[in-house]
Design a protein around this ligand. Structure first.
Ligand code: ROI
Length: 170
């Protein structure tokens, strides 16, 4: 199925998060921008979820979602395109680690590949213990394997919902 090779269309999953400047609109606008990336097609989009911040608590709650895509962009090019969209939507990188942000786009999974580059680690490091990633991912891809970590269903069973609620059904 070419999921393992270096060329051809790969299914990948992108995590979206925002907790500033109208998060629902940030997520919807990011979805539109991602769909415009050449060499990429949307396959699925989760509901929008409302989540309490993980990390510093002195920041607003988040809106999170997960998007499934098919792409022939290499992972690092996909990352660069996503970073450009973050910047275009007013992302300012502050000194505080894990602080508030208008838009965060993460490559969660890229086919069944394990990627360990300076700028990009896939599967995403927080994937297994973040309810705001696992629940939307499970919604759109209940049968996938997370390379090196097991099935999404197994991971989900070990991850409390943590107050995560659906804000807007897809
Ligand atoms: N917390 C939540 N709930 N959602 C996020 O998307 C999110 N992103 C982050 C940190 C700051 C770790 N906390 C988060 O990067």
């Amino acid at each position: 199925m070419m999921q393992n090779s270096t060329s051809g269309r790969i299914s990948a999953y992108i995590g979206l998060g925002s907790n500033l400047a109208n998060p629902v609109e940030q997520i919807k606008s990011a979805r539109g921008a991602i769909t415009q990336i050449p060499g990429l097609q949307e396959l699925a989009f989760s509901s929008l979820y409302h989540s309490a911040p993980m990390g510093p608590q002195d920041q607003p709650d988040y809106v999170n979602a997960v998007m499934g895509i098919a792409t022939d962009l290499p992972p690092i090019e996909l990352l660069r395109c996503l970073q450009q969209i973050e910047n275009e939507q007013g992302r300012v990188r502050k000194d505080q680690r894990w602080g508030a942000r208008t838009l965060d786009l993460d490559v969660l999974l890229y086919g069944d590949q394990i990627i360990d580059l300076a700028d990009l680690i896939v599967p995403h490091m927080g994937l297994a213990d973040r309810a705001f990633v696992l629940y939307p991912l499970f919604e759109i891809a209940p049968h996938i394997q997370v390379p090196g970590k097991g099935t999404i269903a197994d991971l989900l069973a070990k991850c409390p919902r943590n107050g995560l609620t659906i804000l807007e059904h897809e």
